[in-house]
Structures are given as C-alpha cells and as structure tokens.
Design a protein around this ligand. Structure first.
Ligand SMILES: [Zn+2]
Length: 79
C-alpha cells in the first residue's frame, strides 16, 4: 500500500489527534491527501468540526453564566 495513502481508520485517528495537538508535516500531508479522495472522511471531518464548534460555544456560555447564587443555595443546604 502507498505510504502516503492512509486507511480511513488511520485518517479519523489523525483528525481526532489534531484536536489535541498539532500534527507533523507528514501527518498533515497524509490527512489532506486522504480527505481529498475520500468523501466519507471529508464528511467525518465536517461533522467533527461542527460538533467541536457547538461544544465550544456551549461550554463558553456555561462559563459566562453566573453561578454564585446557585452555589450559595447548594452550600446553605449542606450541613
Ligand atoms: Zn477515508
């Protein structure tokens, strides 16, 4: 098998890893080549990007919510 051509399993693994740390030049090349020819992985990439965007948005809005009152209520119920 061509060294540059990844399997779909390896391609999705790289996509997940890319969220955690930057990929090497070679990994980026392989992933780019794979998503150019594989529509299934292109869709996967689009979906993970959307999911991550939505998660980020929701987590950020949670951070902005003032929970001081809630914390005091919970603490007042504790013995
Ligand atoms: Zn694929």
């Amino acid at each position: 098998m061509n060294k540059l051509m990844l399997s779909c399993l390896k391609a999705t693994e790289l996509m997940e890893r890319k969220q955690l740390r930057p990929l090497s030049f070679m990994e980026n090349m392989q992933l780019h080549l794979h998503t150019t020819v594989c529509s299934g992985c292109r869709n996967y990439l689009k979906q993970t990007a959307l999911i991550n965007k939505l998660l980020d948005k929701n987590f950020n809005s949670l951070k902005e919510t003032d929970t001081t009152n809630l914390e005091e209520k919970i603490l007042s119920k504790c013995v």
